[in-house]
Design a protein around this ligand. Structure first.
Ligand code: PLP
Length: 387
């Protein structure tokens, strides 16, 4: 990283609300955490008086089991974004180009700029058919945030083949893949996978994730990893989470069921992007996003203003939460929609009233022998005498 590149790169806005009186649909994290996680975390407190175990072998074994790869290929990181940072930092030099999906997680382009690289934006739906040749790295977010696009695994593997041919490293961010039944591409040659435990286990404050890489890149990432880069409680909690098969199954099933139910109801009014993720991207059409977000907030719901994502100017994003909470969200979004609808009806009705009034006055004026000139710019009706 170079001082000038960093000083000319801004920061990016994110979701999540710290107002505990609201139901937070603006962050895409699981509203449930694995049962027993608090006990595990508290017990690990005793271990913070010593350094965490080096290397973190148990974490690596469990993570490898979880995504089905070789434990040697796993490099622990404090969260998913740290995994992305590590790869971009290692591979991008000033002037290098990176293929970046759009709209997508804004941190990708920021990470590239921080290294002095150039982010070449490609529609997130077309990224797997883009030509990787001129790029040092190609990034794919699967499923994509904020659209929810779940890319076909075979299409990712075909793109990985093309990336290998052009010597482009393919970085796949699977931060939300654990919510789906799709198998990870971790361990595929020439591909680096970034995983976060943050989202699926509902633990954004834990800061735990990992990278999976092969060949020279694996070697480099393993060597470059700082010792003790995850705290003892973060390692203990992560190791516990990675063994919660039932929790993972139940979460996947709930997200699939609730997302379908929410989408069915919300499409009666709004346009929705097809989603394979634990969130839905909603187009609010002619309604003002600021008003929709503010009205929802007044009704106790935090939703994400998605207009901060490139190319989205009439969108909000909502997480898929628990059934009762989702019912409340549907109710609120329906009322927000019909409130604006009612306002439109009121405007149309008022328009008719004015037109009828004008017609009436015109008839009246003809009856009285005066010509009606229509309303003045000031809004008052004006009648002028017929010569
Ligand atoms: C696609 C994607 N990847 C990674 C992250 C960051 O994950 P973590 O909090 O584990 O660093 C986010 C956070 O919103 C995200 O949306």
């Amino acid at each position: 990283m170079n001082l000038d590149d960093v000083l000319t790169t801004g920061r990016e806005p994110h979701g999540s609300s710290d107002d505990s009186s609201l139901i937070d649909f603006s962050a895409n994290t699981n509203p449930r955490v694995p049962e027993g996680i608090e006990r595990v975390y508290r017990e690990a407190f005793d271990r913070i008086r010593g350094y965490p175990t080096e290397p973190p072998t148990k974490f690596r074994d469990l993570a490898a089991d979880y995504v089905d790869c070789d434990p040697e290929q796993v490099i622990p990181t404090p969260g998913g974004l740290a995994a992305v940072r590590r790869v971009i930092d290692l591979l991008i030099n000033a002037g290098d180009s990176v293929l970046v999906p759009s709209p997508s997680f804004a941190e990708y382009a920021r990470e590239v700029r921080l290294q002095g690289g150039h982010a070449e934006l490609v529609s997130e739906t077309d990224i797997l058919t883009a030509n990787p040749e001129a790029h040092a790295v190609a990034i794919v977010c699967n499923p994509n945030n904020p659209t929810g696009t779940l890319h076909d695994r075979q299409a990712i593997l075909s793109f990985a083949d093309r990336c290998r041919e052009t010597d482009t490293t393919l970085l796949i961010d699977e931060a939300f893949l654990g919510f789906t039944h799709q198998q990870s591409v971790a361990g595929t040659e020439g591909v680096v996978v970034a995983r976060a435990l943050t989202k699926l286990f509902g633990l954004p404050g834990l800061r735990s994730g990992f990278t999976v890489a092969t060949g020279r890149l694996r070697e480099a990432l393993t060597t470059a990893r700082r010792p003790w880069n995850l705290s003892a409680p973060a390692l203990a909690a992560a190791e516990f989470c990675l063994q919660q098969a039932d929790f993972i199954d139940h979460t996947r099933e709930r997200v699939r069921r609730e997302r379908t139910r929410m989408a069915d109801r919300l499409t009666e009014r709004y346009r929705l992007h097809d989603s394979g993720a634990p969130y839905l991207l909603i187009d609010v059409g002619e309604r003002d996003v600021n008003v929709v977000v503010a009205r929802a907030r007044e009704k106790g719901i935090a939703i994400r203003d998605a207009t901060t994502f490139r190319g989205l100017d009439s969108h909000v994003r909502v997480a898929v939460r628990l059934q009762a909470e989702n019912n409340r969200l549907i109710e609120v979004l329906e009322s927000v929609w019909s409130e604006s609808y009612r306002r439109r009806v009121a405007v149309v009705t008022a328009g008719y009233a004015v037109a009828l009034d004008r017609l009436g006055r015109w008839h009246q004026s003809r009856w009285r022998g005066v010509q009606y000139d229509g309303p003045s710019r000031m809004g008052s009706n004006r009648h002028s005498q017929l010569r």
